[in-house]
Write a protein that binds this ligand. Structure first.
Ligand SMILES: [Zn+2]
Length: 204
C-alpha cells in the first residue's frame, strides 16, 4: 500500500490517499482538491471509500462533492454522523461558509474491522476533540485525525469536546506498539513511542 499526503486549505489539513492493487481510499478531504478527485476517478476499477476521522469542516468540506463525482461511499464514526447535518456543529459557520447537509453511508464503531479491497482497517473510537472522532489503524500506521498530533493534541473547546475524554483516548492510543507511525490531521507524522515521551499534554 502507498500513502500520499495532500495538505489542503488555508488551515493545512492533511488529506491522505491510500492506494493498493485493489483499493483507493481518501481520508479527510477537507477542501477541494483536483489530486483527490483524479485519484478516485482513476481508481474506478478498485474498491473505493472516503473516510472522515471526524465531522469538522476542515476535514469534511469536499467529501460530498468528491463522493458524487466519483460514486464513492463515505464513512464516519457513528457519533459524529449527525454533525454532518449542522453547519454550526461542524464548524462550517466558523469558517464563514455553510455545508450542504449530508449523512455518511457507513457508520464506524469502536473495535470494528473492515476492509476496502486488500486494505484492512481497525476502528478506534477516540472521543474528546469531537464526540465521534475515530482513529484508524492500518498495519502499523495510525490515522489519528485531530486526536493526537506531533507534540500536541486536538482542541477540546468546541461543542462536544472534553479534555477528560481526549486524555482517555490518547492513553488508549498509547497502548499501541511504540513504532506505530502516527499520521495526524494536521502537521508532521510522529510515532506512538515519541509521543509517550515528548507529548507535553499527555505523557504515556
Ligand atoms: Zn477538528
Amino acid at each position: 500500500m502507498e500513502i500520499k499526503t495532500l495538505t489542503l486549505g488555508n488551515i493545512a489539513v492533511n488529506c491522505y490517499l491510500l492506494l493498493s492493487e485493489t483499493a483507493a481510499v481518501v481520508i479527510d478531504p477537507g477542501f477541494e482538491s483536483e489530486a483527490a478527485l483524479d485519484f478516485l476517478k482513476n481508481a474506478q476499477n478498485k474498491e473505493r471509500l472516503i473516510i472522515l476521522t471526524h465531522a469538522h469542516y476542515d476535514h469534511i468540506g469536499y467529501a460530498l462533492e468528491l463522493s458524487r463525482q466519483t460514486d464513492t461511499k463515505i464513512a464516519i464514526g457513528k457519533f459524529d454522523n449527525e454533525a454532518l447535518l449542522n453547519s454550526y456543529v461542524n464548524l462550517a459557520v466558523m469558517f464563514h461558509t455553510e455545508l450542504e447537509p449530508f449523512l455518511a453511508d457507513l457508520l464506524l464503531k469502536d473495535g470494528d474491522g473492515f476492509a476496502v479491497g486488500d486494505i484492512e482497517f481497525k476502528v478506534i473510537h477516540t472521543p474528546g476533540h469531537t464526540v465521534g472522532s475515530v482513529s484508524l489503524l492500518v498495519d502499523n500506521v495510525l490515522f489519528s485525525g485531530d486526536t493526537l498530533f506531533k507534540e500536541s493534541i486536538g482542541r477540546t473547546d468546541f461543542l462536544g469536546g472534553s479534555f477528560g475524554e481526549i486524555e482517555k483516548s490518547v492513553k488508549k492510543l498509547y497502548t499501541l506498539p511504540e513504532d506505530t507511525i502516527v499520521m495526524a490531521g494536521h502537521g508532521e507524522n510522529t510515532t506512538i513511542g515519541y509521543e509517550k515521551n515528548y507529548n507535553p499534554y499527555i505523557r504515556g
